[in-house]
Structure formats: C-alpha cells, structure tokens
Write a protein that binds this ligand. Structure first.
Ligand SMILES: [Fe+2]
Ligand SMILES: [Fe+2]
Length: 307
C-alpha cells in the first residue's frame, strides 16, 4: 500500500475528528482488518475504507450542509449529519484523494445504513463500525463474536437493531437501512451465493445485464463429477466475450466468490471460468456452434434463471 497516500488520509482524518472518534476509527480499522483476514477481502481496500469511513463525522452542521450542496447530494441529507457524513466522506475520497475504486467508495458511502446487495467489503465496514472494541452497548461482545462466525447474521442483527433504535428515537429512517435488513434476512433464509444454484442464477443475471446472448444454465450435478451447474452464454465478438467474463469476475469478487481458474482469455473466442461448483462458458457464435456444449449436456435439466 502507498504509505504516503495512507499518511495523507490519516492526517486528514486526525485533524478533523475528536480524540474519541479517532479512537473509534482505529477500532474499526483493527476489527475490519481482522474480518478481511477471516473472510478473504482485500486488506488494503479494507484499510482505506475503515480509516476514512467517519472522516466527516465531526464536521459542524453548516459545513456538512454546504458539502451536501457542493457535491449535489440528495437534499434529504440536509440537516441530517448522521447520514450525510458517510455520503460526504465518499465524495471527498473521490474528489480530493482521487480514489476511483467503487467498492471502497461504496463501503464508505453505505457504512451507516448498509443497503441491498452489499459487497463483502461493504459488509465488513458496516459490521466493524458497529462492533469495534470501543463500542460499549450491552450486546456488543456477542455481536463481535458473531461477526467472525457469520457476517451475514451479524449484519442482520446490526441492521435490525439500528432500525429499532431509529424508530424509537423518532429520527429519519433511511430506506437503505430497511433494504439492508431485508437483504441480510434473505441471505439467512438460504438465498446466499455460497449456494451453487443461487450463484449460477446470479452469474446468469450478470451476463444478461451485460447483453450476454442465449444464456443457458444447466443442472449437471447428477451427470458430472466436477460441478453442479454449467452456464453457457454467447458474446457477439471476441471482445464482448472477454468483457462478459470480466464483468462476472468483478461482480462475483465483490460478493466474496472468487474464481479458481480462467481459460481462454487470450482471444480464442471461448472463455471458461471455473468457480468450483459452477462452471461458466462464454463463446463467440462460431465457437459456440463448433463446440456445441448444449448438445453434449442435452439430457440435463435447464434452470429457469430468469425467474
Ligand atoms: Fe459513521
Ligand atoms: Fe463509525
């Protein structure tokens, strides 16, 4: 990691935070780092997001409001520093420090509310913020332990508590807080991407959103010894085949689903991505016709991924 860059961030943060808030920030850095280790997230990105997440927490209300206006953020953040501080910090990270990594930006931007479809890094910052060792509310030790056992369950508990607290205090409840809780709940109900079928459906939808053609998901569990699901998709050109593969990989990375191997990225017109239980094949029209995987696996059940 670029030490000089980190030093600049740290100086910015230290100068603007109270001693107590800076101690909290260091607690988040420590806890988020340990969670990144536990779940396999990028350590440098985690460090930057944790260090900067509350950089604007202690700004006075006038300055916060003027930054909300400067960055053309939603007017609803005016006079709501408890929400605005996350959004403003994300903007400053881009504008002043030139950070372009959307995953880091989102982790800072959504650290207070969470949201649906959070990346692993976003979850780590959201959870670490609530359970770092300087927090003192009664359940914090239990939630800290839970964070290392099952980050989604911890996320669900934390977002549920936040919603309850906000409702009881009569403060403004952000819609993303509710979406985060509902999303964590759906994961706990078994919609997790660790599940191979869910991941296959997720990948098919990513391919579809990037204009992948004739996407087929086959349940090959009974016929194959190497995977549970096989995806076949088409791109109109070698370039699009590569772009489709890269989109799947980057979206899956964000969810903590890392590819084991990728073959054929050198412009052969067929990219094969091995996710262990799910194997994804993306072809140009010529290669798809030539290898005709649909025919080889024609006796396997097709999964209705659009549903
Ligand atoms: Fe915060
Ligand atoms: Fe915080």
């Amino acid at each position: 990691m670029d030490r000089e860059f980190v030093k600049k961030l740290d100086d910015f943060v230290k100068m603007r935070l109270t001693e107590k808030r800076y101690r909290h920030t260091m607690g988040v850095v420590e806890t988020a780092g340990a969670l990144a280790e536990r779940y396999g997230a990028d350590k440098d990105k985690t460090y930057i997001a944790a260090l900067f997440h509350d950089a604007c927490k202690n700004l006075d209300i006038e300055e916060m409001n003027s930054l909300v206006e400067k960055y053309h953020l939603d007017k609803l953040y005016i006079d709501k520093p408890q929400l605005a501080h996350s959004k403003v910090a994300a903007e400053i990270l881009k504008d002043r420090f030139g950070v372009t990594d959307q995953n880091i930006i989102n982790a800072v931007s959504y650290h207070t509310t969470g949201r649906a479809d959070m990346s692993l890094l976003e979850k780590i910052i959201f959870v670490a913020d609530a359970v770092e060792p300087n927090r003192t509310y009664p359940e914090v030790k239990m939630l800290n332990r839970l964070a290392f056992e099952d980050i989604d369950r911890a996320g669900y508990e934390i977002s549920s508590r936040t919603i309850k607290r906000v409702e009881e205090s009569g403060m403004y409840l952000d819609r993303d807080s509710v979406k985060a809780r509902d999303w964590f709940e759906s994961i706990l109900k078994g919609d997790s991407l660790d599940n191979s079928r869910n991941f296959a459906v997720y990948a098919a939808n990513v391919l579809d959103s990037k204009k992948g053609e004739d996407i087929i998901v086959l349940d090959i569990a009974e016929k194959s010894s190497f995977a549970d699901y096989l995806i076949i998709a088409g791109g109109s050109s070698i370039r699009q085949v590569t772009a489709l593969a890269e989109s799947v990989q980057s979206r899956a990375d964000m969810q903590g689903r890392f590819v084991r191997g990728v073959e054929g990225k050198n412009g052969s017109g067929w990219v094969l991505m091995d996710y262990g239980d799910v194997v994804i094949n993306i072809f140009t029209p010529e290669k798809r016709e030539k290898y005709n995987l649909e025919k080889i696996w024609s006796d396997c059940e097709r999964v209705d991924w659009e549903a």
